[in-house]
Design a protein around this ligand. Structure first.
Ligand code: AMP
Ligand code: MG
Length: 402
């Protein structure tokens, strides 16, 4: 029995295995999946931090009715803590500086009038003052030892800043999978070649290379002819030291579609062949024990593309210990009719409206060979198997590739 997409996806995800970890300099950890919690090495902020330029005073002075303060000193950012020697005076303080000892309240210059008295600088306060104002208290954001970034987080710009703040120069991240892309077909010629009338340039591997590159993964690729013996020899040599094979083509019902047979001969356990989906129905998935998982995708470019974003990407993310993103949804902009008993993945342009809705606009699409249709699309809209008529305004899950 042909599997539904949901069953196929579950079967794929059952094979996920941990790829292990490695430790890298934090500057090159962007885009990687963190595999250790990052803890606060100090309180945040690490000292009572001044948040306004002005003066620091001891609030008790106001209780005594005082509102003119002589300046004892200046506490600049980056200088060790000073001490107010006479609580009837003040210390000028700058944003980012540590609060001087014996002071507890900061009054900004905007609320002060500066003057001179017998060669001394002094300030008159002309606004109401609240005890403790304009101080970012030590530890008020985060206590020492608190988890700042949990394990499993994708490291982006915000994480890079926090890693720097806590002085985490080397971080433990997931290893990247070792991926081999496998193009099949005697009709394929290299990109730099001029194809004869019956030939086409090999494009699928370049789409996949780009998709993987966006995940920070560098892959290599090979090209197999439609010949059983040659396929077997070349694949045999690839078995060691790879985590994932992603092939395109040679898994349908064609006379020269040898890949399923060859994979079986090599000892691959087939998990499924064919899924109730369009495009991508001939998708074959299997695994070698102690070897790679095999995503044998159909050759039609849109099929391979869809299978990558629907299955391969999730497998890789899960293997790297990343949290899977929450599903995204969009509303169909026009009625669509689809008769086949397959889950339909329709290329759509996404448009977000000011009322917060996300609209999916179907793009002109001539079927799974129509690679150019993806240029104007951002995502695949999932139209469920059970229905044939999909009304304008109905909401469905989207799989974004942009
Ligand atoms: P197949 O699944 O081998 O029957 O291939 C289906 C269609 O996809 C055929 O038109 C192939 O020429 C095309 N195709 C297969 N592999 C590639 C590839 N790597 N790049 C571009 N087109 C491909
Ligand atoms: Mg082929």
């Amino acid at each position: 029995m042909m599997l539904t997409v949901a069953a196929a996806f579950n079967a794929v995800m059952q094979t996920v295995r941990d790829l292990g970890t490695e430790t890298v300099p934090f500057e090159s950890a962007t885009g990687r999946i963190l595999r250790e919690p990052i803890l606060a090495d100090r309180p945040f902020p690490p000292f009572d931090r001044i948040t306004m330029d002005g003066i620091a005073v001891n609030y008790e002075s106001f209780a005594r009715g005082q509102h003119i303060f002589g300046v004892e000193d200046v506490q600049a950012a980056g200088t060790p803590q000073l001490q107010l020697s006479n609580t009837a005076n003040c210390i000028e303080v700058m944003t980012g500086a540590i609060l001087p000892d014996m002071t507890d309240t900061v009054i900004p210059y905007e609320h002060l009038t500066a003057s001179e008295h017998e060669g001394f600088r002094r300030f008159t306060v002309h606004k109401a003052v609240k005890k403790g104002q304009n101080i970012h208290r030590i530890g008020s954001d985060i206590a020492t030892g608190a988890v700042l970034i949990p394990t499993g987080t994708l490291i982006g710009p915000a994480e890079a800043g926090v890693l720097a703040t806590v002085g985490k120069t080397r971080v433990k991240v997931s290893k990247l999978p070792r991926v081999v892309l496998i193009a099949t077909g005697n009709e394929l010629v290299p990109v730099h070649a001029t194809p004869a009338l019956h030939q086409v340039r090999m494009s699928n591997v370049y789409s996949m290379l780009a998709s993987l590159e966006q995940m920070g993964i560098k892959a290599r690729y090979i090209h197999l002819p439609d010949e059983e013996a040659a396929m077997k020899d070349q694949l045999q040599a690839l078995l060691a030291e790879t985590d994932i094979w992603i092939s395109s083509g040679a898994v349908s019902a064609g006379k020269y579609d040898y890949l399923p047979t060859v994979l079986q001969q090599l000892g691959m356990q087939q998990v499924f062949h064919k899924v109730q989906q369009r495009p991508g129905k001939p998708f074959l998935f299997g695994r070698f024990s102690n070897g790679p998982v095999v995503f044998a995708l159909p050759g039609n470019p849109v099929s391979g593309f869809m299978c990558f974003y629907r299955y391969v990407q999730s497998w890789i993310n899960a293997a790297m210990g990343a949290a899977l993103p929450a599903p995204a949804y969009a509303q169909l902009s026009e009625k669509v009719v689809f008769d086949a008993a397959l889950e339909y993945y329709l290329p759509v342009k996404l448009q977000s409206l000011s009322d917060g809705r996300m609209i999916a606009i179907p793009q002109p699409y001539q079927g799974s060979g129509d690679l150019a249709s993806l240029l104007k699309a951002d995502a695949f809209l999932t139209l469920p198997l059970e229905d044939n008529v999909f009304e304008k305004g109905n909401s469905y899950q989207v799989w974004k590739f942009r």
